[in-house]
Write a protein that binds this ligand. Structure first.
Ligand code: PLP
Length: 367
């Protein structure tokens, strides 16, 4: 079968190896693999199934609909979901055995009202200032939750928070606020079996933050959450390789304008290769004239602007033929650019590079 024109190759072997490596580091803490946003663009169902098969105890997603899609695909592992609009369908979540992250009194009351027995994990804001009950009000919310628990209306399985990665001192301050919140939960009569705080960065750099469970996203995809280290430094392998077939090759004279606005002009007679990936596919326009692309083992830079569907690469006098492949990023250990290189070229982070890869790109899963 021909390779898809635009392909994100998802190396499930690398994913499994990353899950194994991360689990070994954080043990005896449990591991939740975060598969929100279609597993950061990698394909939530396939990633979730492989991660669970590798021993991950939990899956994490943002929306209830993401969790229901996993259930519909036959995934029965424990799932936590945590960012809910006012009319989020708590009943559907409880019917499907999905844990609810609870951040407000209103959400707590709604969880107590659904038919069946909701399992909840209460999120405390220890300093990130996103969702979660303000730590000053956590005691009151815990008391109300304990009352619901005594009435048999719900169960409180966890208490959790999220680190801001603002620095080691700030992370430790959040950790101590979190410890105080857990003590309040206990004095309210709750016995949460899961206390969790760390994502990949905390799990790797702040061992005290591992507690009962870590929520790992980016590390499972083989990418580093740190500025100063790459995948290999952490013993991880990038899971996604993004490539496309070259769909046009042409010889042009010196001083030819290339792509919109002619921000690039050919310095001499040269060959231009056209790559059918653009900002509609998640290729950052900010990477125009800067991001690296590997063609036949050699690395070039994008020439001129990234358009909606395509960009151009000036390959000089090198031999490039229709049907050759341009590899945008993958595992740098194989000699191709990394998602980190792309992030740097586009002024962003590797998370955004992989997560934005759009639906026109065919995911090909390598077992
Ligand atoms: C996305 C997310 C994670 C995973 O973060 P990584 O840095 O990708 O490991 C963990 N917890 C919460 C609440 C998240 O939203």
């Amino acid at each position: 079968m021909a390779r898809p024109t635009r392909e994100a190759r998802i190396d499930l072997g690398a994913l499994r190896a990353n899950v194994r490596a991360l689990r070994a580091i954080v043990a005896p803490a449990q591991t939740m693999i975060v598969v929100k946003a279609d597993a950061y663009g990698h394909g939530a169902i396939e990633v979730a199934a492989a991660a669970i098969d590798e021993g991950a105890e939990w899956l994490g997603v943002v929306d209830i609909s993401e969790a229901l899609a996993l259930r519909a695909a036959g995934i029965s592992a424990p799932i936590l979901t945590w960012l809910h609009g006012d009319d989020a369908d708590f009943q559907a979540a409880v019917d499907a055995g999905i844990d609810l992250g609870i951040s407000t009194f209103t959400q707590l009351d709604r969880a107590a009202q659904v038919d069946g027995h909701a399992m909840i994990q209460i999120k405390v804001d220890t300093g990130l200032s996103r969702n979660g009950v303000e730590h000053a009000q956590a005691g009151e919310l815990f008391r109300r939750a304990a009352e619901f628990e005594r009435e048999g209306r719900l169960g409180v399985r966890g208490v959790w928070s999220h680190l801001a990665n603002a620095g080691e001192d700030e992370d430790r301050e959040q950790l101590s606020r979190f410890d105080a919140a857990v003590a309040e939960a206990e004095s309210a009569g709750l016995r949460p079996e899961l206390r969790h705080l760390a994502a990949t960065a905390g799990a790797l750099s702040l061992p005290e933050s591992r507690l009962d469970l870590v929520r790992v996203g980016i590390g499972a995809y083989g990418l580093s959450p740190f500025d100063r280290s790459g995948s290999a430094d952490l013993g991880l392998r990038p899971v996604m390789e993004l490539s496309a077939e070259i769909v046009s090759v042409k010889r042009v004279p010196a001083d030819s304008g290339v792509s919109y606005g002619y921000t690039y002009r050919t310095p001499a007679e040269t060959t231009l290769a056209l790559v059918p990936l653009g900002y509609a596919d998640g290729i950052p326009r900010a990477a125009s004239s800067s991001a690296p692309v590997s063609i036949n083992g050699k690395t070039y830079r994008i020439s001129g602007r990234v358009a909606m569907d395509q960009f151009v690469v000036d390959v000089g006098d090198d031999e490039v033929t229709l049907g050759d492949r341009a590899i945008l990023f993958g595992d740098p250990a194989t000699g191709v650019p990394s998602a980190d290189d792309w992030a740097e070229a586009a002024g962003t982070i590797n998370y955004e590079i992989v997560t934005r890869i759009g639906p026109r790109v065919t995911r090909v899963f390598v077992p």
